[in-house]
Design a protein around this ligand. Structure first.
Ligand SMILES: CC[C@@H](C(=O)O)C(=O)SCCNC(=O)CCNC(=O)[C@H](O)C(C)(C)COP(=O)(O)OP(=O)(O)OC[C@H]1O[C@@H](n2cnc3c(N)ncnc32)[C@H](O)[C@@H]1OP(=O)(O)O
Ligand SMILES: [Co+2]
Length: 142
């Protein structure tokens, strides 16, 4: 799998806290990469059971997550991690279908039968944390 972009998803921030954090994150981002930072609006993604805010840091993105709905896939994680934490990482791949074939050959469990469309309008696939060193890995079509 070739990768060109790493996204890190962080959970546990209340919607209010997200807004409170904007200036702080912006400060960190600007400190890290002057002139290259951008913080998105809060976007509800009911099909994924989350609200998102993206903080762009050059070729890295922070994905801030807040649960949406009663069946949010991050609800269990937040039950166990009351203060939130790093939920998953996302790696862009050149060919998601080829990557899925490869992962199946390696017996890595996929968390949906088909790739859903992710936050950037492209197919994504989540991989089981127990098969990925204890971390949920999301792959996204570049
Ligand atoms: C914004 C849209 C999209 C994008 O385009 O970027 C997104 O990122 S959406 C983000 C949220 N969506 C997902 O994470 C989808 C895939 N995830 C899932 O289906 C579930 O989260 C899960 C992996 C099946 C876990 O669900 P959960 O309800 O927590 O089930 P379990 O309690 O049975 O957990 C099984 C096992 O996995 C451990 N776990 C859970 N979450 C994590 C995590 N974030 N990191 C590491 N490990 C995790 C959990 O602790 C269980 O282990 P044991 O306790 O040892 O049994
Ligand atoms: Co994600």
């Amino acid at each position: 799998m070739a990768s060109s972009l790493l996204k890190v998803a962080v959970t546990g921030l209340s919607r209010c806290a997200l807004h409170t954090l904007y200036p702080q994150l912006n400060h960190v981002a600007i400190s890290a990469r002057p002139g290259e930072s951008h913080i998105s609006a809060t976007v509800p993604l009911p099909e994924h059971g989350v609200y998102t805010v993206f903080v762009e840091l050059g070729n890295t993105k922070l994905e801030l997550l807040y649960p949406l709905g009663e069946k949010s896939p991050i609800a269990g994680f937040l039950q166990k991690n009351k203060a939130g934490g790093m939920h998953h990482i996302c790696i862009e791949v050149d060919d998601i279908n080829a990557a899925i074939v490869y992962l199946k050959e390696k017996k890595i469990r996929l968390l949906s039968p088909e790739p859903p469309i992710g936050a950037h309008g492209k197919p994504v696939m989540f991989l089981h944390p127990k098969d990925c060193g204890g971390v949920i890995v999301e792959i996204e079509q570049a």
